[in-house]
Design a protein around this ligand. Structure first.
Ligand code: NAP
Ligand code: G4F
Length: 323
């Protein structure tokens, strides 16, 4: 039975990846940091099938101990300070966790179990001010946030450990992926949750920032499969994962509101607090290499993603409020 260690197991992607690996007969060990409140909601339904262990990417000794004690065949590094706006208010923390945290894991693997296969969760935020209309594995980076800068570091240190120490270390450059388990502060989930609240009469406004920003949005459940596929290849290599379609925040709103027979223009209000010091205007993946080499393709289209998220939030709120 292969053994996988997932950092950030209680995050959106960690929960889908854990499900996927369990279905594929892996022994799954999940690293999460200690918290004074329960942060395990996303994995509560599979908790009895996992081994959960405490650790923090800020703490080298906890990371070393995990690799030593569990001797994983595969490590998926999904842990990060992942919210872009927070990276302007906490740039040093973001650099420590999202950037240097990658090196801490790679160092542990290098010294303790160098045949471990390593996946780094890189991001389309690295492309930032895009240098090509469709971003591929060869598009130069121009990050626009401290988060994006930290991810560029994480990407290159992964490549560097592959080249310097011959580790099987890969970087998945994933474009935005969403789901009903997405954190409430990200724009897609913020919209789906507010649409459901408005429909049920629980609120009457949705404050948003830049409606013209465009993203290549896919479904998180599809994207975790690509992570696994990357670690099953003969050679370690880096891949862009996305849908090859881009849509604006406005389009997301239009579809989400019209799904419950409402007009977004009556409810969305502009709020300066949600604009960013430097914006990533448009992201659009060129996932050709992933299709060709991995045989990966997204299964959920944009419209289905939006309606899936709105339906899930409606169901959740109805249960919560007994409606
Ligand atoms: P997420 O839901 O925000 O999950 C992040 C995880 O990292 C959480 O489990 C969090 O734990 C953990 N974490 C934060 N700081 C940590 C620390 N110091 N030590 C250990 N764990 C820590 O993010 P996601 O959407 O699942 O994304 C997974 C990864 O992919 C992240 O690295 C993200 O940057 C990257 N990524 C995401 C996307 C996307 O669109 N979702 C696209 C490209 C790349 P707590 O619950 O304790 O905070
Ligand atoms: O949903 P977002 O916060 O995601 P963002 O910044 O694209 O980052 C996500 O995707 C990255 C991959 O490219 C990941 F690496 C990263 O970890 C994270 O998962 O914002 C999307 C867009 C932005 O252009 C933002 O300006 O939505 C715009 N937006 C407009 N109003 C808003 C809001 N974003 C948020 N969070 N909240 C708003 O009210």
């Amino acid at each position: 039975m292969p053994k996988a260690l997932i950092t950030g197991i209680n995050g959106q992607d960690g929960s889908y990846l854990a499900e996927f690996l369990l279905e594929h007969d892996y022994e799954v060990v999940g690293m999460a940091r200690r918290s004074s409140t329960d942060t395990m909601g996303r994995i509560a339904h599979i908790a009895d099938q996992l081994e959960l262990v405490q650790g923090d990417l800020l703490d080298q000794s906890s990371v070393n101990a995990l690799i030593d004690q569990h001797q994983p065949d595969e490590v998926y590094n999904l842990a990060a300070q992942s919210f872009v706006p927070t990276s302007w208010s906490q740039p040093v923390l973001t650099g420590e966790v999202t950037g240097l945290g990658v090196t801490r894991l790679l160092e542990a693997i290098r010294y303790v179990k160098p045949d471990t296969r390593f996946y780094q969760a890189s991001s389309s935020e690295m492309f930032g001010k895009v240098q090509e209309e469709r971003q591929s594995e060869t598009t130069p980076f121009w990050p626009r946030s401290p988060y994006g800068v930290a991810k560029v570091y994480g990407h290159w240190i992964t490549v560097n450990y592959r080249e310097s120490h011959n580790l099987f270390a890969v970087s998945g450059m994933l474009f935005n992926h969403e789901s009903p388990r997405r954190g409430l502060e990200f724009v897609t989930r913020k919209i789906s949750q507010h649409v459901a609240q408005i429909k049920l009469g629980l609120t009457d406004k949705l404050p948003l920032g830049n409606l013209d920003a465009q993203r290549d949005w896919g479904f998180a459940g599809d994207y975790v499969k690509a992570m696994w596929m990357m670690l099953q290849q003969k050679e370690a290599d880096d891949f862009v994962i996305g849908t090859g379609e881009t849509h604006s925040v406005r389009e997301f709103c239009e579809i989400a509101f019209s799904h419950v027979d409402l007009d977004y223009e009556e409810f969305v209000v502009r709020d300066e607090r949600f604009y960013r010091p430097a914006e990533v205007d448009v992201l659009l993946a060129n996932p050709d290499k992933a299709g060709r080499v991995l045989g990966w393709e997204p299964q959920v289209d944009f419209n289905s993603l939006v309606t899936m998220m709105v339906d899930a939030d409606l169901e959740l709120l109805r249960k919560e409020h007994g409606l």
